[in-house]
Design a protein around this ligand. Structure first.
Ligand code: ADP
Ligand code: MG
Length: 229
């Protein structure tokens, strides 16, 4: 186990290069940073800069061409496929712009999704799901289907779900991108507060300068590198 002061998430010299028949596309060209428990950072940058690619590598959904990622002292790219799937499920919480909720499942069931990999959720996990939904203000929406919710409410389900299994790291890719200003502010507030209460590392890719300004650090991804803004 890492000591309390050692970083939870460390990215070291991450490069990502796509080889197309005509050219080599260098998307990430040496990205390094470290975040301690409870720390958060924003990543901004133009479309196509590689923000989603970086998040996918940090969450072990995609492999870097070179460089390494460490989460809680462990490099997910040294794991076999099963270990990696388990790692993603337990240590990483993902929040996407289009929230990826299952349409036929209600709010509580969608929130419990990460727990279903381990069979039926325990009473403790169900209680936690209910508490998280209360925390994001959805206590009256537990049995609603995603189609019966507003965009902001759907994103709030995604926030609760990302935290269900107490991950070390939450990665959010333009979580407020599809929301009106009022809903975006509401989701941003929860997105900043709830992981911090849980001492979880949070990285948010966003086009919102308001959201980015509220985070402890803000980096711009440009020409494959992160620069403090
Ligand atoms: P962002 O999220 O910042 O908008 P992305 O990470 O989605 O950017 O994409 C970064 C760049 O990588 C884009 O130029 C995109 O075209 C390129 N890219 C993504 N996937 C592939 C791939 N499989 N092959 C070639 N290029 C890719
Ligand atoms: Mg993107």
């Amino acid at each position: 186990m890492p000591s309390p002061s050692s970083p939870i998430l460390v990215a070291t010299e991450i490069r990502k290069v796509y080889q197309t028949p005509s050219e080599e596309i260098v998307v990430l060209n040496g990205v390094s940073f470290a975040l301690q428990a409870g720390e958060n950072m924003a990543i901004v940058g133009p479309s196509g800069a590689g923000k989603s690619t970086l998040l996918q590598i940090l969450g072990a959904l995609d492999r870097p061409t070179s460089g390494s990622v460490s989460v809680g002292g462990v490099d997910p790219f040294t794991m076999n496929e099963n270990q990696q799937a388990r790692f993603r499920n337990e240590k990483i919480g993902f929040i996407f712009q289009d929230h990826h909720l299952l349409p036929q499942w209600n709010v509580l069931e969608n929130t419990l999704l990460p727990a279903l990999a381990n069979g039926n959720p325990s009473v403790e996990v169900r209680d936690r799901a209910v508490r998280l939904l209360e925390r994001v203000g959805l206590q009256h929406r537990m049995t609603h289907l995603p189609s019966q919710l507003s965009g902001g409410e759907r994103e709030r389900v995604a926030v609760a779900r990302s935290l269900l299994l107490k991950p070390m790291v939450v990665l959010a890719d333009e979580p407020t991108g599809n929301l009106d200003r009022h809903s975006a502010e509401n989701v941003s507030q929860l997105l900043l507060e709830v992981p911090q209460e849980e001492n979880t590392v949070l990285i948010v890719v966003t086009h919102s300068s308001t959201l980015a300004a509220k985070m402890q650090r803000c980096y711009e991804l440009n020409a494959g590198k992160l620069q403090l803004t």
